[in-house]
Write a protein that binds this ligand. Structure first.
Ligand code: ISE
Length: 335
């Protein structure tokens, strides 16, 4: 039986999730949509709601995708939990750590994981290949992880510390996932106008993780990672299907934003989410992962706000997850 999914927020990400549900996702279909801007719903073949809570509570909706602005996530995820409906919530899980905590509290009371957070890089073939090389011992003991996260231009809705709380949360999650361990300390360096950012993190086992976040790199959208071990290194190849020779030039183009680069990741994420609903076996990033990403990003944002904090060590809190989020499976089997 096909799962009826409602999508809240039909901007760049919501429209992508809706398209995936309408066109290529087996076992689910787009049943309902909601957006504050009704013009975004004009051509969508699904029931339209002008109240997101009504969509969540509707008996025509069995599962929910939340792709609305960060500050709306808490209330909508809590509503989905109170209805007992599975939810794929776009990252970040919430706009603040405290909001994420309230989601954790509600899900633990409910007693079962209902929330998957849209850290889609876990489903990206390139990131998966880096992690596989690490888990299979092909580079020896990991000692360094280098991340690059460049946008051509910050989205118009980017304000303040969102380079950390909305963008860098990807590297926090993918680093924790790839290494299978927590982050114990961080140092943040920022250029003029807090742009670009260089964040140095250290994992519990001592892996040094560097991340450049440049939201206005101008030339295009470019995400890259290299994992270095004592016996080798594995890094992403150029993210392109073709090399173009033209006008005495050789090379490839860079996309405007993340959709082309992570097209396959979004597809696999949606399939995994729908499958997790059917099987009852959670997949992807949990509310705990969402909370940890927001907590680390928020601690760094507070540090960045103290002008003379260049490079100062930020010891990161390491709370203990509820049993609901403790995965006993060997790391090699974790989705
Ligand atoms: C955006 O919201 C995303 O999630 C993209 O994956 C990320 O690269 C971009 O920086 C964010 O603004």
């Amino acid at each position: 039986m096909s799962i009826a999914v409602g999508v809240i927020g039909m901007g760049v990400m919501g429209a992508k999730h809706a398209q995936l549900l309408q066109q290529i996702t087996r076992g689910a279909h787009l049943a309902a949509v909601c957006d504050a801007n009704a013009a975004r719903l004009t051509d969508v073949q699904a029931e339209r709601f002008d109240d997101p809570l009504a969509l969540i509570r509707s008996d025509k909706v069995e599962a929910v995708v939340i792709a609305s602005p960060d500050e709306t996530h808490e209330a909508l995820v809590l509503a989905a939990i109170s209805e007992g409906k599975p939810v794929l919530c776009e990252k970040p899980l919430a706009a603040t750590t405290r909001q994420a905590e309230r989601i954790l509290e509600a899900e633990v009371i409910f007693g079962r994981r209902l929330v998957q957070v849209g850290f889609m890089r876990r489903f990206d073939p390139a990131y998966s290949a880096l992690r596989a090389a690490h888990l299979e011992g092909r580079i020896g003991q990991a000692v360094l992880l280098h991340n690059i996260h460049r946008n051509a231009q910050a989205p118009s809705w980017f304000t303040g510390a969102m380079a950390l709380t909305n963008a860098f949360v990807h590297e926090i999650d993918i680093s924790r996932w790839m290494l299978g361990e927590e982050i114990c300390e961080a140092h943040i360096f920022s250029g003029a106008g807090d742009e670009p950012l260089m964040i140095q993190m250290q994992s519990d086992s001592g892996v040094m993780i560097s991340t450049e976040v440049f939201m206005n790199a101008t030339y295009g959208y470019h995400v890259h990672a290299e994992l270095v071990g004592r016996e080798g290194a594995v890094s992403m190849a150029t993210p392109t299907q073709v090399w173009l020779n033209h006008g005495r030039q050789h090379g490839h183009g860079w996309p405007d934003n993340w959709l082309p680069r992570f097209e396959e990741a979004y597809r696999q994420q949606m399939h995994a989410w729908v499958n997790s609903i059917k099987t009852g076996i959670p997949s992807g990033a949990s509310s705990w992962d969402g909370y940890m990403a927001s907590a680390i990003a928020e601690q760094l944002a507070a540090e960045m706000g103290q002008g003379d904090a260049q490079g100062r060590c930020v010891p990161l809190s390491q709370p203990t997850p509820d049993a609901l989020y403790v995965t006993h499976a060997p790391i090699s089997e974790r989705a």
